[in-house]
Design a protein around this ligand. Sequence first.
Ligand SMILES: C[S@@+](CC[C@H](N)C(=O)[O-])C[C@H]1O[C@@H](n2cnc3c(N)ncnc32)[C@H](O)[C@@H]1O
Length: 237
Amino acid sequence: MEIKKLLLCEGKTFAWREGDLHTNFGLVKGEDIKQGKVKSNKDKEFIVLEPNFNDLTAFMKRGPQMPLAKDIAIILYYSGIDKDSIVLDAGSGSGLLTCSLARIAKKVISYEVKESNHKLAKKNVEKFGLKNVELKLKDIYQGIDEKDLDVITLDLPEPWQVLEHAKKALKLGGTLVTYLPSIKQVDQLVKEAKQNGFLVSKTLEVLEREWLVKENIIRPSHDMYGHTAFLTFLRKI
Ligand SMILES: C[S@@+](CC[C@H](N)C(=O)[O-])C[C@H]1O[C@@H](n2cnc3c(N)ncnc32)[C@H](O)[C@@H]1O
């Protein structure tokens, strides 16, 4: 059953699907849940919101480590994808990057080598109602079926094993993006990418620090999203 509304009360978020909602702040009647505000039987006020894509990602079924929004946002921007782009993503994992790409691109094909992750990604793609995604149970190190791709995104441990296949599958000028936790992996990738004739555009990492803005307290949060991965952007020339 899909999540229809989110109810917010005292910093807590509750997902509502159907029927009455039981919370530690009291019961909210299903028939009263409409966008705006609603009170529970304990007189607690809830803000009712229509969930957007970002809200719903918090409720996704999780498998392997998913990329964070800070990295996905930069991938979407620097890869240059738009409504006409055909994108290949691997490995699918839980499907978060696949789904994020599919909200912008014309079509996303996503390869996953592990059957349980392939099934998980399928469930998540269906939950988001995305019709422009094709999921394949396939090892990308063995080759790429597609041609004339605009973008390839790789969130897997040995992207250098994909360079030769990617060169055949990408359009001239197409972008290859890799997501790698260790700089030693980046070093190997960049060396091999140059040998394969790719243009190495850039390697970067994204750090996200939230600020607390509350009455007289205005300061950076003690916690931040620090290192997750290095993103490397290559172009086929
Ligand atoms: C870190 S997860 C990817 C997470 C994904 N980007 C997401 O948004 O949920 C890495 C995935 O790559 C898959 N994988 C590893 N090697 C692969 C290969 N050669 N071909 C396809 N998938 C592969 C793993 O099984 C795993 O599911």
